[in-house]
Design a protein around this ligand. Structure first.
Ligand SMILES: Cc1ncc(COP(=O)(O)O)c(C=O)c1O
Length: 343
């Protein structure tokens, strides 16, 4: 029985071509700034994102935390969506390690921050208040269903930030998915943020790594925090080579994942008791199922070789490199069989 793993786009394995690129990478000590392949990836990423400089980090979590630490001082408050990955899933690093407060504002169903609430959450200068140091936004938005924030959405947030002289950090773990879905160059989505993290190890198919982008000065400071967080890697060109391959060869194929997610959604909505939550815009498909305990359904699916997660009252299927249209059809067919057999 073929296992169809729809848990996350982080389960992707490097392609044979990517592995060859990794094996052939020219290497040096990156903590000393001497790994030519890391340097090439960083230059390439900065150019694609339209930023001055970039930094290879171990993960999206590390990139976001390094960004928060670089933008803010201890005691500052960071405005972040209540559904943001940084708030929900990053182990509270900002407050545990950075002494930062995370002040949440609601996300709407599209993943956008409620701008009225953002304005209201920004602190005025007063000896009693912490200082607001940063606003964070996420694109695509994971918990809101892989939803895409447009250039206009990001410009509106920028306007609010500019009115109060605040920087914006974009958690763009899946920013390339957003760019492919909107058919715009990724730099246009990065343009309204002072700093951006994007992940190589999700839909782009690399085994490890994310990249933090910003001004030269910002990245020089973030590099110190990366070291503090244990992210100073030595012959990291092995990883960077996979990243270069991903940026050269894996971006356009994200459209396949989006197509497969739409195919999954079409099939799911034909099944009685299932509702999409919401219809997918990129590669994440969330749905609710009436009449089932979701943990039990996930276990039954696992028994028939379909792996997925339930989260916050929904099941999530993620399409990615390694999942073909036929796998989606097969997963739907196994789900139908499980549901027909009953809870
Ligand atoms: C939106 C978002 N941000 C950040 C991350 C963290 O990335 P990592 O798992 O590489 O730490 C994820 C991971 O799924 C994510 O979905």
């Amino acid at each position: 029985m073929k296992i169809i793993d729809l848990r996350s786009d982080t389960v992707t394995l490097p392609s044979p071509e990517m592995r060859r690129a990794m094996a052939a990478a020219e290497l040096g000590d990156d903590v000393m700034g001497e790994d030519p392949t890391v340097n090439r990836l960083q230059e390439m990423a900065a150019e694609m994102l339209g930023k001055e400089a970039a930094l290879l980090v171990t993960s999206g979590t590390q990139g976001n935390l390094a960004a928060l630490l670089t933008h803010c001082k201890r005691g500052d408050e960071v405005i972040v969506g209540a559904e943001a990955h940084t708030f929900v899933f990053e182990v509270g690093g900002a407050w545990a390690l950075g002494g930062l407060g995370l002040r949440t504002v609601p996300n709407d169903e599209g993943g956008r921050l409620d701008l009225k609430e953002v304005k209201a959450a920004i602190r005025f200068d007063n000896d009693h208040f912490p200082r607001t140091g940063l606003i964070c936004v996420e694109n695509t938005h994971n918990r809101c269903g892989g939803t895409v924030l447009t250039e206009e959405d990001l410009a509106a947030l920028r306007h609010v930030a500019d009115n109060r002289g605040l920087p914006v950090h974009l958690d763009g773990a899946r920013l390339f998915n957003a760019a492919v879905a909107l058919r715009v160059p990724v730099a246009r989505l990065a343009a309204r943020a002072n700093s951006v993290t994007f992940c190589l190890s999700k839909g782009l198919g690399a085994p490890i790594g994310s990249v933090l982008c910003g001004t030269r000065e910002f990245i020089a400071e973030a590099r110190r925090y990366r070291k503090m967080l244990g992210g100073g890697m030595r012959q990291a060109g092995v990883i960077a080579a996979a990243g270069i391959y991903a940026l050269e060869s894996m971006v356009e194929r994200l459209a396949e994942d989006h197509k497969n997610a739409r195919a999954a959604a079409e099939g799911l909505k034909e099944i009685a008791g299932i509702a999409l939550a919401p219809p997918p815009q990129t590669n994440l498909v969330y749905f609710t199922v009436d009449g089932w305990r979701l943990d039990a359904l996930v276990r039954r699916l696992e028994e028939v070789g379909v792996l997925c997660f339930d989260e916050a009252g929904r099941i999530r299927w993620v399409t990615h490199y390694g999942i073909e249209r036929s796998d989606v059809e097969e997963a739907l067919s196994r789900l139908r069989a499980v549901m027909a057999a009953g809870a």
